[in-house]
Each structure stands twice: as C-alpha cells, then as structure tokens.
Design a protein around this ligand. Sequence first.
Ligand code: PLP
Length: 363
Amino acid sequence: MSRAFNFSAGPAVLPLEVLEATRQAVFDFNGLGMSIMEMSHRSKEYDAVIKETQADCLKIMGLSADEYAVLFLGGGAHMQFYTVPFNFLRTKANYINTGVWATGALKEAKKLGNATEIASSKDANFNYIPKEYKVDDDADYLHITTNNTIYGTAWATDFDENVKIPVVADMSSDMFAVKRDYSRYDLIYAGAQKNIGPAGVTMVVIRKSFVEKRRDIVYPKMLDYKMHIEKESMLNTPPCLPIYVVGQTFKWILKNGLENIEANNRKKAAILYDCIDGSNGFYTPTVSNKEDRSLMNVTFQIKGGNDDLENKFVKEARARHNMANLKGHRDVGGLRASIYNACLNEWVEALTKFMEEFRKENI
Ligand SMILES: *Cc1c(COP(=O)(O)O)cnc(C)c1O
C-alpha cells in the first residue's frame, strides 16, 4: 500500500504501527479467535486493555492515579462543552475565546448559567492568542482551548501562572503533541480523532478533588463525572475499538518519548513556517505572531488569499505528489497543513519542496 501524504485536520493520520496492530486486533485479538469488536467489554482481556490505556495515559502525563482519573467517553469534545458546566458551573465560569471550538464551549455553558468571555481574539478572526485577561477569583473554573485547529494558533505556555481557580482545557488537537505541565490542569478533554486515535472516543483526565466540587447531579447519569469514575469508565459499553487504538497510540508515544515527539513536531513546524516566511510574500501566514503559531495546524494563503491559485495548489498537490487534505477550513479559507504526531518529516519536506516548485511556476 502506498500511503498518501495526508495533511487532514481530523480525523487524522495515525502511526502505521498503530494501524497494523489494530488490523490484527480487528481479526484476532491476542490469539483468542475473536475480534476485539466481538468481545465483552467486561471480559478480563478487555479490562486489561482499558486499564493499561488509562495507566499509560497517566504515565505519559507524569500524573498519579491517586490524584487523577482517566475516562474514555462518547459524544466527542462537543459533549464535554456541555458536561463541564453541567458539573461545575455554580456561580460563574470564565472562558477565553480563541476560535470556533472555544466559542462552542462558551455557548453551551451560557445555556446553563453565568459564563463570561474574559478575553477573545475574534476582532482579528482569531489569528492570535489574547495575552491580557483577568480571571475572576471567585469563578468556578477557567476554560481554555490549547490549540485552535481551524485558525492555526496555540498557547505556547500553559496559561498565566497567577490563575488560582481550577483550569479546564480542551486539548483535542494538541494532546501529546508537546509536553505540558499537566498537573496545572483540573480537567483536560480531547476528542481522540486529531492526535491520539480515531473518532468515537473522547479522553477526559480529571483531578479527583475537583470532581468533589461538582453540583449534585441526579440526572442524567451519563453527564455525571463522578459516576463515570466510580464505574471506571464503564457506565455503559465503552467505545471498545477506539479505546484500543488510543492505547496503541499511547504505547507508541511511550516508546518514542514525548520529549522526542515534541522536538520532532517543532522541527516539522519550523520547516513549514520557514518556507512560508521565506517565500517573498507568495505564501502568507495566517498567524503573524510567531509565538502564537500552532505546531499542529499550519494555516497560510497564497498571495494574500488568491482563491484560484489556492484551488490549483490543492489540486496539483494531490495529482502530482499524492498530498491530501490541504484545503483550509471554510471559516478561514486559504490552505492548512495539519502535521500531527504521526505525520512524517519526509511528508513535510516533500510539501515544502512542492511549495517551492509551485511558487516558481506561478509567481
Ligand atoms: C475537532 C475539535 C473539536 C470538536 O470535536 P468533536 O469530537 O467533533 O466534538 C473540539 N475542540 C477542538 C480543539 C477540536 O479541534
């Protein structure tokens, strides 16, 4: 099989060895004569899969199982937009709005109570990360989105170290792309389909002492973090296969080392941004503040937004070099190369080579 150079924003590319292990498990899991899709989620074999995946997750994060719980839930990151305020919004919550997903999270919280936007970069179509914001000391939590998949911005640092209230982060598109100080967060959620697995499962890592601060929830139980923790993420049949794939990705991360993965991500992003910045204005970056640029989603335009040339670029990249999914999100336009953990360096090098070629032909 020849793999496309796949720059999809999500669902996105996975390591080849993860796909190979999954192929095996789909036909015959551990020589049991059964597919992983055909087994009881309560069997001891499957129990080992989910427990190991939870333990590996905490190992990568450097967190202890005494302090944090790991859940694998359905409903996507969208479900967490609602579940977070449903559990924790009592008096008020603070949100920093850095894009479509952050806006979506805020919108859901507003339906449930007093959620305020304490900073936003909407004034410039979300092309930067707000630096000035004041957190209310009496708010129940602060919500941020660490990487803005659509706009190509990211928080380079965790957040203002003076923040004393619990912090909730949507890390869907840069989960385990960089090493963060995870102990500074009280709840982290990530739809798996960007950087750690397939669609269908959302990872939630939650500080146990934070869970104790939740509202009394009697209904619906599926929105109650405490119930999910008590039932060890098996309040209902979990997404068994997606969790297995996430588990294999965690093993791949442990094998390679998160520091090395981060260093490699920085290298890939630098190659691409250097190509854009060094193109004499043929390619224009969407995010001009260098420290705000995403390592995962590189957004740019051709000649400041020439639709014809951008369409031609997308078509020729596919036809000549089997490079797929380079079109930008409809809200931003232009082009976007998503270069998640499993995107190989040689794909990025090939892309920049093509960008040079295309520039010379269309200058
Ligand atoms: C893709 C994405 C979402 C939406 O995820 P779903 O699983 O489709 O709900 C939310 N937040 C971020 C940062 C994303 O990249």
